[in-house]
Ligand binder design. Structure first.
Ligand code: GLV
Length: 330
């Protein structure tokens, strides 16, 4: 009999086909998130869970899913999954690294340009019928080319942003627990302490995972270290930044602008204070949202799930230590 799996959202057909070939698939066939109670019921007999960053995979869920063998998260970030709890139960967790790197870096760069050159403010100005004449200082912004970019996190995505920045003749600084010597050389990047990066950068772009150590990595103290002319871009996870402090920083001019794709509590509504500020460009967590990339993320998650249920090594495991060793038969 095919192993039962649950899919928590409507996903691209190509991914469903991979799953259906080898599994008995039940799906929350909607563009809205699955209610928690339904999820807990549905996972009861499942061996595989295909989920999104909107689902919390914690001890409670694992206790409802005694047969679960794999959690395939359709995202590179997996802060929604309690990995140690999964590992303790021998449940393999997988994510989707690599396939979204360039698409996410494109969007980070779009936010850099949009905030520096005030694109959204300018469009609103036009739509409001305020354009009367060409003005010498009308909607003037800041130059991106030749400025200093500070990357908080210099893994795959941070480095992809750095590659784009080279085309804009930017000076590149990075802060990362790990030294990336080859990338430093290839990209002309310098590793510095976080405080130095914040003091020196014209654009600070965040590309670090959310962990207990990085929660509120950028708070009031850090924002006050930044230049009053600087821009903060966050395409990583909202809780890396203390949003209340960021609001004050933007309102009171400690920094100049922010480009945000992620928020502390998602989704945000139209009354969110940050949306009232002209110097914020805000997006609904779409950094990896190209058709090709979202399709590839979904198929990679499906490939991961199917591989584990076959007893094979999945392409991108998060906790490979729970995988069976050589010679194992499922
Ligand atoms: C999206 O935020 C992801 O982690 O892939």
């Amino acid at each position: 009999m095919k192993p039962p799996v649950y899919v928590t959202r409507r996903i691209p057909q190509a991914a469903l086909e991979i799953l259906r070939r080898e599994c008995q698939v039940r799906i929350w066939d909607s563009d809205d998130p699955v209610p928690r109670a339904t999820l807990l019921e549905e996972v009861a007999g499942c061996e595989g869970l295909f989920c999104l960053l909107t689902e919390r995979v914690d001890t409670e869920l694992l206790e409802h899913a005694p047969r679960l063998r794999v959690v395939a998260n359709m995202a590179v970030g997996y802060d929604n999954v309690d990995v140690p709890a999964c590992t303790a139960r021998g449940v393999v967790v997988t994510n989707t690294p690599g396939v979204l790197t360039e698409t996410t870096a494109d969007l980070a760069f779009a936010l850099i340009l949009a905030t520096a050159r005030r694109l959204v403010e300018a469009t609103r100005f036009l739509a409001a019928g305020q354009w009367k004449t060409w003005g010498p200082m009308l909607l003037t912004g800041r130059d991106v080319y030749g400025s200093t970019l500070g990357l908080v996190g210099f893994g795959r995505i941070g480095q992809a942003v750095a590659r784009r920045a080279r085309g804009f003749d930017m000076r590149i600084l990075y802060h990362d627990p790990q030294r990336w010597e080859d990338a430093e050389k290839a990209l002309g990047a310098a590793r510095v302490a976080l405080d130095d990066l914040l003091r020196q950068s014209d654009v600070v772009s965040i590309h670090a995972p959310l962990t207990p150590d990085t929660h509120h990595l950028i708070g009031e103290r850090e924002l006050r270290l930044m230049k009053p002319t600087a821009i903060l871009v966050n395409t990583a996870r909202g809780p890396l930044v203390d949003e209340a402090a960021l609001y004050r920083a933007l309102r009171e001019g400690w920094i100049w602008a922010a480009g945000l794709d992620v928020f502390e509590r998602e989704p945000i509504g139209p009354d969110h204070p940050l949306l009232s500020l002209p110097n914020v460009v805000a997006l609904p967590h779409i950094a990896s949202a190209s058709i090709a990339t979202r399709t590839r993320m979904a198929t990679l998650a499906a490939e991961n799930l199917v591989a584990v249920l076959r007893g094979e090594v999945p392409p991108t495991p998060v906790n490979p230590e729970v995988l069976p060793g050589p010679g194992h038969r499922p």
